[in-house]
Ligand binder design. Structure first.
Ligand code: AMP
Ligand code: ZN
Ligand code: FE
Ligand code: FE
Length: 281
């Protein structure tokens, strides 16, 4: 048998991807993948739809990508195989989603105040689940204000700390690693070196996260240049962290394809061994 291909970071219409969960699992199998993780932003809403449509031969790791921060710098934490009935964890995710709605409303208010032709109804209709900046970006494209989603993520528009960017709740990452672990899950630091998106945390924060029980670093990611990957690989080694790879697939909102970046089967096994909150399907 060929070496299994495993993509541990994907988004659907449950957050800011453009592919519905039941379509994502089909496309993953068609792309020759053997396992995927579903990691929508701050929600597990896509879990059941993906599970019900799961094709033969594809393993599904249920997860989420959780909005966190450390010392004022935003970061994303991938959480896998946690127990969805864990109230402390689920309550935190609900707060994060509620804050996302308030923040998207605020960004739209700022745009409207400057005469930009977008509306809250438009953004709300574009979002099926967790509201994110990509929905505001889509509205800007739809209204002909910018030519592409990528163009909206610039300082003139809704890029990090940009003119129409708004802040939202983020949970301290050390607290969140604890909440996920208490729920039987395992955590991986998503795209730790994605500097083009905004500020990234220093090595001490990664050390703090490792001490709190972080399992791995997502090293092979589309937003990491080769030299960043090398540096992160060394850091993972120094802290005894696993090294993962994943596409961070968002459908039409990004150019990356499912399976463009993958995790080794050996690392996958080690991740699974650390989780007890929910099963791989
Ligand atoms: P939010 O979590 O609502 O602040 O939105 C951040 C999300 O926007 C990320 O998770 C990506 O999905 C998306 N994103 C960030 N930068 C870009 C970009 N340059 N082009 C397209 N999508 C982006
Ligand atoms: Zn996203
Ligand atoms: Fe992310
Ligand atoms: Fe992501």
């Amino acid at each position: 048998m060929l070496r299994p291909r495993i993509d541990l970071h994907t988004h659907t219409t449950a957050s800011d991807g453009t592919t519905p969960p039941e379509v994502l699992v089909r496309e993953a199998r068609d792309a020759g993948l053997d396992a995927i993780a579903l990691t929508d932003h701050d929600t597990i809403d896509g879990w059941d739809r993906a599970a019900q449509a799961l094709p033969d031969g594809l393993a599904l790791v249920r997860g989420a990508e959780i909005s966190c921060a450390r010392h004022g710098i935003s970061l994303h934490l991938l959480a896998y195989l946690f127990d969805p009935s864990s109230t402390p964890l689920m309550d935190r995710m609900t707060e994060l989603r509620e804050s996302r709605v308030r923040r998207a409303e605020q960004m739209v208010r700022m745009l409207v105040a400057d005469g930009v032709p977008v509306s809250w109804e438009q953004v709300r209709d574009l979002a099926d689940g967790t509201v994110g900046r990509p929905h505001v970006a889509q509205a800007l494209v739809e209204s002909g204000v910018v030519g592409s989603v990528a163009e909206a993520f610039t300082p003139e528009w809704i890029g990090s700390r940009g003119r129409y960017w708004g802040t939202r709740l983020e949970v301290d990452v050390v607290e969140m690693i604890g909440l996920v672990r208490d729920a039987g899950g395992v955590t991986v630091f998503a795209h730790p070196g994605a500097a083009a998106r905004g500020r990234v945390v220093g090595d001490q924060v990664i050390a703090d996260m490792a001490a709190a029980g972080l399992a791995g670093l997502e090293v092979d990611h589309p937003d990491h240049p080769p030299e960043t990957r090398e540096r992160l690989r060394e850091l993972a080694e120094a802290h005894g962290l696993l090294v993962t790879g994943a596409s961070d697939f968002h459908g039409l909102n990004k150019t990356v394809a499912l399976g463009d970046f993958v995790t080794s089967p050996h690392v996958f096994e080690e991740l699974l061994a650390g989780a007890s909150g929910s099963a791989v399907l």
